[in-house]
Design a protein around this ligand. Structure first.
Ligand code: ASP
Ligand code: MG
Length: 408
């Protein structure tokens, strides 16, 4: 079977008109000879609105109930989209995550997909139906509804593409591809034709916000090529695919900013085995993702420990750290939420020394102070003042001449 998985984000299905346009696009693919599985997100800001409703009732609602609530957003979309396609005279069926065979663990609100049982989807495709699957949701072993974390519909689409051995996985969004920088910020930003899974994973994790990082991770592991493209045009977008020869000459592929950062600084932490483990396992137990971590040695039996988290986890982290503070005998805790992270990503960095230095130089020329640095083989991130991040992104984009087409 020539299976095509398409995913439509919330903005692509925001209202009746757009849903009808998506229906036409799906029908077009079907008429071109594909068996189409379309994964959809909740319409527009529905998920945020549902979260708002929950907040009216409780500041910390049971996560199982939150999933029960949030999953309804996608159910509205699948039903309406199936109606729009039926209206066009085509065989179609909508399926929830559970019906689509998306089996997850029980970490409500952040569930991981354990396996996909594609039997039902396959049967419907075999019967010539277009299959519409609710993104972002699954079912655990108890038979409860779970959700996959914000932006999780991308992950649903990639998981289905892998399980169905689809010919292609297209992710439709409101931008027409992956850019060298946010085009709203940098006028010379350029759309990339291709990018490797590794680079895209870094970009997505560093705030590019186009694909859910987990979806990229899954795509890399299962060798799924993702075509990121706009639902408002028929032009080609960006292919996210395995690393081969592409973009070889490009040292840096993109620059990103992430405003969703809080720095936590633990001052004079007792310097003995097990302390870091205690702190970070406590945070991990509550599902808090820690990003940058820096520990410095000081004179005497203490260290300073600094780490960053995202804004959403700020309140909970504060609570947990305050509890640990007395228990461990930490002298002081300082928080700063007026910071941002600017990063460069590029697979060519590995073989080109001096890239990090060039980035630091650009920041220095612009009088921007670096608070924390972290690197991987294919990225360099700097934590800087939030008020300087826009000028930093522009200056770095210029410095690496990302707006210019590479000579081939
Ligand atoms: N509706 C969910 C969200 O907004 C999932 C998604 O859009 O992918 O996070
Ligand atoms: Mg959404």
């Amino acid at each position: 079977m020539n299976i095509l998985v398409q995913k439509y984000g919330g903005s692509s299905v925001a209202d009746g008109q757009r849903l009808k346009a998506v229906a036409r696009r799906i029908i077009r693919a079907k008429e071109a000879g594909y068996r189409v599985v379309a994964v959809v997100s909740a319409q527009g800001d529905t998920t945020d609105e549902l979260l708002g409703k929950a907040k009216e009732i409780s500041q910390s609602p049971p996560k199982r109930e939150l999933d029960m609530l949030l999953s309804t957003g996608e159910q509205i979309s699948i039903a309406l989209l199936a109606m729009a396609i039926a209206e066009g005279g085509h065989g179609v069926i909508s399926l929830t995550g559970a019906q689509g065979g998306i089996c997850t663990d029980s970490l409500y609100t952040r569930a991981k997909i354990l396996r996909v049982d594609p039997a039902r989807v396959k049967k419907e495709l075999y019967d010539e139906r277009i299959v519409i699957v609710a993104g972002f949701q699954g079912i655990n072993d108890l038979g409860d509804i779970t959700t996959l974390g914000r932006g999780g519909s991308d992950t649903t689409a990639v998981a289905l593409a892998a399980a169905l051995d689809a010919a292609a996985c297209e992710i439709y969004t409101d931008v027409d591809g992956v850019y060298t920088a946010d085009p709203r910020l940098v006028q010379t930003a350029r759309k990339l034709d291709e990018i490797s899974h590794g680079e895209m994973l870094e970009l997505a994790s560093l705030g590019a916000g186009i694909l859910q990082p987990r979806a990229v991770e899954l795509a890399a592991a299962w060798g799924v090529t993702i075509h990121v493209r706009s639902s408002f045009s028929y032009s080609l977008g960006t292919l996210v695919k395995g690393d081969d020869l592409m973009e070889k000459q490009r040292v840096v592929s993109g620059v990103t900013r992430d405003m969703n950062v809080v720095k936590v600084m633990l001052v004079d932490v007792p310097d003995r085995p097990g302390v870091a483990h205690k702190i970070f396992s406590t945070l991990a137990a509550d599902g808090i993702n820690v990003d940058m971590i820096v520990q410095t040695t000081k004179q005497g039996p203490v260290t300073d420990l600094l780490f960053t988290i995202c804004q959403d986890d700020y309140a909970l982290t504060r609570r947990l750290i305050e509890q640990l503070r007395d228990e461990l005998g930490i002298a002081d805790v300082l928080y700063n939420d007026r910071l941002a992270k600017v990063s460069i990503v590029g697979a060519g960095m590995m073989s080109n020394p001096g890239v990090a230095a060039a980035m630091f130089g650009t920041l220095a020329e612009n009088g921007i102070n670096i608070e924390v640095i972290s690197t991987s083989e294919i990225k360099v991130s700097c934590l800087i003042g939030a008020d300087r991040v826009e000028s930093a992104v522009k200056a770095i984009h210029d410095r690496f001449r990302l707006g210019e087409e590479l000579p081939v």
